[in-house]
Design a protein around this ligand. Structure first.
Ligand SMILES: *Cc1c(COP(=O)(O)O)cnc(C)c1O
Length: 463
C-alpha cells in the first residue's frame, strides 16, 4: 500500500514511512493511493470477533507488509489491553433508534486513546528494529496531548513534546499531561490558543533543517495511522447493529475532522453508512462551509467542549482532496489562500460532492448543556459536553428507520464542571485515576515563538 500527499508534491511513501513522518514535506497530508474494499461477506465475518481481531482484519490491508501478521497482532493486543471495558468500544442505547458508541474506556478517557495507544506500539516496534530515535511534537486542545503522553511515556526511542494552549484545557486534561514523571515527557503551556499551537507545530515541520536534525515526527490527527485506527470502531459498531445487511448512520462530534474522516474511509471500504453527520459546537467553520460553501476562519470562541474549539480543521484537507477529484495542486492552492487570506470558497462541484458525503449540524452552548441535562434525566446516561454536541445534532436529523450511532468521544469525568452545571452532579473519575489531583505537576510555560520553541526542543531531547 502506497501513500500520497494531498498536495501532490511530496514523495510517495510506504505505510511505515507515512506513519513515522506525519505531515508530508509539501505541507500536505498522506492518504492511501487506493482504499481497499471489504466485501459484504468480509464485513459479515467481523460479527462476534473480539475488537482486536476485527481491528486486525480492518487495518491489515492498509498496513501491507510493513509489519508481519504476528507483529501487527501483538501491537494491537498491547494497544488495547489497558482499556477497562472488554468490548473496548461498547454500544449503549439512548432512544428508540439512537445508540451511543462509548469511546472513552481507554487510559485517558477519550477516544484519542484508540489511535494513540496503537501508534505508541507501532512506533515502538518500528523504531526498535531500525534503531532510530524520533522527537514527537504535537499540538493539543487537550485530549490528543494527554493520549500521546500516555502512549509514549517511558518508551526508549521517543521524546514527546506537547504544546497546549495555556488556561484553555480542563484541569483533568492538564494533569494528565503534567503528572507523568518519565524524562521523555515534556508538557509545554503555550501563551496562545489551539490554532497557535497547531500553527507552530506546522512551522517546525516546514523548517526542514530543524525537522531533520531532531527527527521530527507528528502524532497529531493528521497522522494517517491515527485515522486508520479510528476506522475500526465504525465497523465493529455497525456490525453489532446488523451491517452489512442493514445500513447505519453516524453523528460525530468534530474538530480536526480526523474521527469523521475515518468514518468516510469505512464507508469507502464498503461499510453501508447511509449518513455521516458532522457535529460542531459554536466554533462551526465546518458547518458553515458545508452550508454556504465558504471556508472562513473567524477566531476561536472558547466553549464547554474545548477539544472541538478550533477554526482550522486540519483533516478537512483530506476531504477536500477527494472532493476535488484528488487534484493536489487544487488543494495546495486552497491551502495557500487559507494561509494568506484566512479562507477560501469551495467550488460548486466539490461542494456538491462534500454534501453528498457529509451532513452537518451545530449545537450552541445552551443546547449542549440542555442535552446533557435532558439525556441524564431521560436515560441516566451522563454525557460529556462533546458527546452532547453529537447527541443534539443527531436528534436534529430527520428520523428514519436507519439506526443512528452517536460517537461519545470522552468520559464525563474529564469535563466535570460542564457536567455538574447541567446535572447538578459531579461525575467521579474512574478509580484507577482517583489520585490524579494529588500527583505533582511538571510543565514549562512557553511563548508563541518558533525559534524559542525549537531551541527548547533541541536542548531537552535525549540524543
Ligand atoms: C479530539 C476530540 C474531538 C474531535 O475529534 P477530531 O478527530 O479532531 O474531529 C471530539 N471530542 C473529544 C472529546 C476529543 O478529544
Amino acid at each position: 500500500m502506497r501513500y500520497v500527499s494531498t498536495r501532490g508534491q511530496a514523495p510517495i511513501l510506504t505505510f511505515e514511512e507515512a506513519m513515522l513522518t506525519g505531515l508530508a514535506r509539501d505541507g500536505g497530508l498522506y492518504v492511501p493511493e487506493t482504499v481497499p474494499g471489504m466485501s459484504p461477506a468480509d464485513i459479515a465475518g467481523l460479527a462476534g470477533l473480539s475488537y482486536e481481531d476485527a481491528a486486525f482484519r480492518v487495518m491489515k490491508p492498509f498496513v501491507g507488509d510493513a509489519f508481519t501478521d504476528a507483529d501487527l497482532q501483538g501491537i494491537i493486543a498491547r494497544a488495547y489491553q489497558g482499556f477497562d471495558h472488554p468490548a473496548r468500544a461498547p454500544l449503549t442505547q439512548l432512544g428508540p433508534n439512537h445508540f451511543l458508541l462509548e469511546l472513552f474506556h481507554g487510559p485517558t478517557l477519550a477516544f484519542k486513546d484508540f489511535a494513540m495507544q496503537l501508534i505508541g506500539q507501532l512506533f515502538q516496534t518500528a523504531l526498535e528494529r531500525s534503531g532510530k530515535r524520533v522527537t514527537i511534537v504535537g499540538a493539543t486542545s487537550g485530549d490528543t496531548g494527554s493520549a500521546a503522553i500516555e502512549a509514549f511515556r517511558g518508551l526508549d526511542n521517543v521524546d514527546v513534546f506537547i504544546l497546549f494552549p495555556e488556561g484553555r484545557v480542563s484541569e483533568v486534561q492538564r494533569r494528565q499531561m503534567t503528572t507523568p514523571s518519565e524524562a521523555n515527557v515534556h508538557a509545554l503551556a503555550l501563551k496562545g490558543d489551539f490554532d497557535d499551537c497547531q500553527a507552530r507545530v506546522k512551522d517546525m515541520f516546514n523548517h526542514f533543517e530543524f525537522r531533520d536534525a531532531v527527527g521530527l515526527s507528528a502524532v497529531n490527527s493528521i497522522n494517517w495511522a491515527r485515522v486508520l485506527a479510528q476506522v475500526v470502531y465504525y465497523f465493529t459498531s455497525a456490525v453489532s447493529l446488523g451491517a452489512p445487511h442493514r445500513s447505519v448512520a453516524f453523528t460525530v462530534p468534530t474538530g480536526n475532522f480526523g474521527d469523521i474522516f475515518a468514518g468516510q474511509i469505512a464507508r469507502r471500504m464498503g461499510l453501508p453508512i447511509e449518513r455521516l453527520v458532522i457535529a460542531t459546537n459554536q466554533n462551526d467553520i465546518l458547518h458553515r462551509a458545508l452550508s454556504g460553501g465558504a471556508y472562513e476562519t473567524k477566531g476561536v470562541t472558547p466553549s464547554i467542549s474545548p477539544s472541538m474549539d478550533i477554526q482550522v480543521s486540519s483533516n478537512f484537507e483530506r476531504a477536500l482532496f477527494d472532493a476535488y477529484g484528488r487534484d493536489g495542486s487544487a488543494v495546495a492552492q486552497l491551502m495557500g489562500e487559507l494561509k494568506d487570506k484566512g479562507g477560501f470558497s469551495i467550488s460548486q462541484g466539490a461542494l456538491e460532492c462534500l454534501r453528498e458525503t457529509y451532513a452537518s449540524g451545530r449545537a450552541s452552548e445552551e443546547e449542549t448543556t440542555a442535552t446533557i441535562r435532558a439525556t441524564h434525566a431521560a436515560t441516566g446516561e451522563t454525557l460529556c459536553p462533546h458527546s452532547a454536541v453529537g447527541v443534539k445534532v443527531a436528534q436534529d436529523q430527520p428520523a428514519t428507520a436507519t439506526p443512528m450511532i452517536t460517537l461519545a468521544t470522552a468520559h464525563p469525568a474529564k469535563f466535570p464542571d460542564a457536567v455538574e452545571d447541567a446535572t447538578g452532579q459531579r461525575p467521579p473519575l474512574p478509580s484507577r485515576m482517583a489520585d490524579l489531583y494529588e500527583r505533582p505537576e511538571r510543565v514549562t510555560a512557553v511563548e508563541n515563538d518558533l525559534a524559542a520553541l525549537e531551541a527548547l526542543i533541541e536542548e531537552r531531547r535525549k540524543r
